[in-house]
Design a protein around this ligand. Structure first.
Ligand SMILES: [Ca+2]
Length: 359
């Protein structure tokens, strides 16, 4: 009986495909609840056959076979169309997913850019003079921020780093990068600063003077890493830079041998009171120009216990590369080549420098 019902349904399909009007009064009843007898079905088939001259010659069995064959064709066609539809749906889904991922990545990029701009322009009003100001405004994350050491200038990007609950203003950063920053530069470049605070850079002597002559007392911290990756650090209680007219004369002191100072003194012992020297301005104590012989720009003496701006390369114990003398406190005269060097200053902004004698 079920087979007959299927046949009746199929006849309906055939009628549609053969353009037989479905409202024809002779149309057979295709309701799934139709339980008409076999003879009734046969009569229906014969009525349809009479309306289709081409099929009139067929026996009832031949007609049924024809209908079943057509049913198979329709079923296969439906299956093919379903597969095509599924493939198209999958393709559309993939395209939508790819579009969503692209939009998501673009949004993430824009958000990152906004955060970076916000962070670098946090100076607002009044401008942050240094990283200590940034810290006092609630920022506790190390990163690149914008400060304005000279109130008349538009500001400069600087690396601020958190060390032992203080935010330090990094004024010299040396590290391995490609390409290395060129530190063999003239006076003017060291005056204004150069490089990128996300890599190697010099903050600028005018900025150093502005910071350390503005009534705040600064202390210095140096973090040095040798070629083997061993890191030492130390602090100096005093750090001050004079103005350009005074050749950016350096005042550095207050190094004490403590368990926390794991880096030996190569500054106060050598360059306290020294003027700044570059390739084109020889203010050092040597017969020649230390900036020419050692590279970079520095408060060279004759020449230096630390060559913080000399080329960075993998040559150990060489006076023409970045090195620190007394890398281990107590060492006497041994030069240790470095792979990384950070020099930074911080201040307790509640402390006023009462020893301002420089201009
Ligand atoms: Ca000289």
């Amino acid at each position: 009986m079920m087979k007959l019902l299927v046949i009746i349904l199929t006849i309906k399909c055939i009628m549609v495909s053969a353009n037989i009007p479905s409202n024809d009064p002779t149309t057979i009843n295709t309701s799934p609840y139709d339980t008409s007898s076999h003879s009734s079905t046969t009569r229906s088939i014969r009525r349809i056959k009479r309306r289709s001259p081409a099929q009139h010659q067929l026996t009832d069995d031949q007609f049924k076979e024809t209908v079943l064959a057509r049913l198979n064709e329709i079923t296969e066609s439906i299956e093919r169309n379903r597969n095509i539809l599924q493939e198209r749906e999958a393709s559309v889904a993939d395209e939508r997913r790819a579009r969503c991922e692209t939009q998501h990545n673009n949004t993430k990029h824009q958000l990152h850019k906004c955060q970076k701009n916000l962070r670098e322009n946090i100076i607002t009003s009044p401008p942050a003079r240094d990283c200590s100001d940034i810290h006092n405004r609630g920022v506790t994350e190390s990163g690149v921020y914008r400060i304005s050491p000279q109130s008349s200038a538009e500001g400069v990007s600087v690396l601020c780093t958190i060390e032992e609950e203080h935010m330090w203003t990094v004024f010299l950063a040396r590290q391995r990068q490609t390409p290395q920053e060129n530190f063999n530069r003239p006076w003017q470049d060291y005056k204004t600063g150069f490089g990128d605070p996300r890599g190697e850079y010099w903050l600028g002597n005018d900025n150093l003077h502005a910071l350390t002559s503005g009534g705040r007392r600064y202390r210095l911290k140096v973090i040095a890493t040798n070629l083997q990756g061993e890191q030492h650090s130390a602090e100096w209680e005093t750090f001050k830079v004079a103005n350009e007219a005074n050749k950016y004369k350096l005042t550095v002191g207050g190094y004490t041998s403590t368990s926390t100072n794991t880096l030996g003194d190569a500054l106060a012992i050598d360059i306290n009171g020294r003027s700044f020297t570059t390739l084109d301005r020889d203010n050092d104590e040597s017969d020649g120009n230390c900036a020419v012989h050692r590279g970079g720009g520095w408060w060279y003496n004759n020449c230096a216990w630390a060559t913080a701006t000399s080329p960075l390369c993998n040559i150990a114990d060489d006076e023409r590369v970045l090195y620190w003398r007394n890398f281990n406190p107590g060492e006497d005269g041994h030069r240790t080549s470095l792979s990384q060097l950070l020099m930074m200053i911080t201040t307790d902004t509640t402390t006023t420098d009462t020893t301002q004698t420089q201009h």
